[in-house]
Design a protein around this ligand. Structure first.
Ligand code: SF4
Length: 261
């Protein structure tokens, strides 16, 4: 008899459901695939540059030179940019210049002073009593056991709000199975003069209890959306053609337009 596979969800999936259940519905129920936006692509290139730099340190204990980190970003960018669908008025040249400035600022001020033990670490764990496995990828585990996640953003993060409410930190604390975890977001604002913020927080087993309740509610909502017993709810949070990959489908859904015609 074929073995039934336990469903797997990621933090990204939980987070998209939280942001907008309609976008989640397009992606995971309708399974509408989309190319990355240029914002996502810039973030991917930034992550890959940091990963390459961290691997240098992990393999031989030497800090990567800034020129090397920049060259990784540059080459990833040039290889991937042609596959993107750009919107009218989006200048890849400007995005690339801002991405390179972000790499330079972050690596010079923060990145090169880190001592990574591991990077891009995949962790999975069963959600208790939910018949579901959760998966997360940690950008970097520092030698002091702090988990570090990189964010290349357009807006400044609100430090107090994130420290109090950020669910990614709690998700990863659950995944490690430890009684508490120190977490840092290294947030780089991508603009002509980039800015770097390091936002620290600690999560413990009490936060994890709350998280498990949240995960259970999220899974129940996902099932209801799949079964069609509740309708997806559009949210206003990221509603623009620039930020939401499903803007076109969303407009059609709202106004009853059939896109296949
Ligand atoms: S445009 Fe806004 S409401 Fe529509 S799917 Fe995207 S985030 Fe949701």
């Amino acid at each position: 008899m074929a073995e039934l596979k336990t469903p797997v969800i990621s933090y990204t999936q939980l987070s998209l459901l939280d942001d907008c259940s309609l976008a989640w519905y397009f992606k995971y129920v309708k399974k509408i695939g989309k190319p990355q936006t240029i914002y996502m692509f810039a973030g991917t290139c930034f992550h890959e540059a940091m990963q390459a730099a961290n691997l240098v340190f992990i393999s031989n204990g030497n800090k990567a030179e800034l020129d090397y980190v920049i060259a990784v970003f540059d080459s990833k960018w040039d290889k991937g940019i042609k596959s993107l669908e750009l919107l009218p008025g989006q200048s890849p040249k400007k995005f690339k210049a801002n991405g390179l400035a972000a790499v330079e600022k972050y690596w010079s001020e923060v990145g090169r002073y880190q001592a990574p033990d591991a990077c891009e670490v995949k962790i999975t764990k069963d959600l208790p009593g939910m018949n579901c496995r959760l998966i997360g990828i940690v950008d970097m585990i520092r030698s002091d056991n702090t988990l570090v996640d990189y964010k290349l953003t357009t807006k400044k993060w609100n430090e107090e709000e994130e420290a109090a409410t950020n669910t990614q930190a709690t998700t990863y604390t659950f995944l490690t199975g430890k009684p508490y975890v120190d977490f840092e977001f290294h947030v780089v604002q991508r603009k002509d003069k980039p800015k770097v913020d390091v936002i620290s927080m600690r999560r413990d087993y009490v936060d994890v209890e709350d998280f498990l309740g949240y995960a259970k509610r999220s899974l129940a909502l996902m099932s209801a959306l799949r079964e069609g017993t509740v309708p997806p709810e559009p949210r206003d949070k990221y509603c623009s053609e620039l930020l939401c990959q499903y803007y076109r489908e969303c407009q059609a859904w709202k106004y009853g337009i059939n896109l296949s015609n």
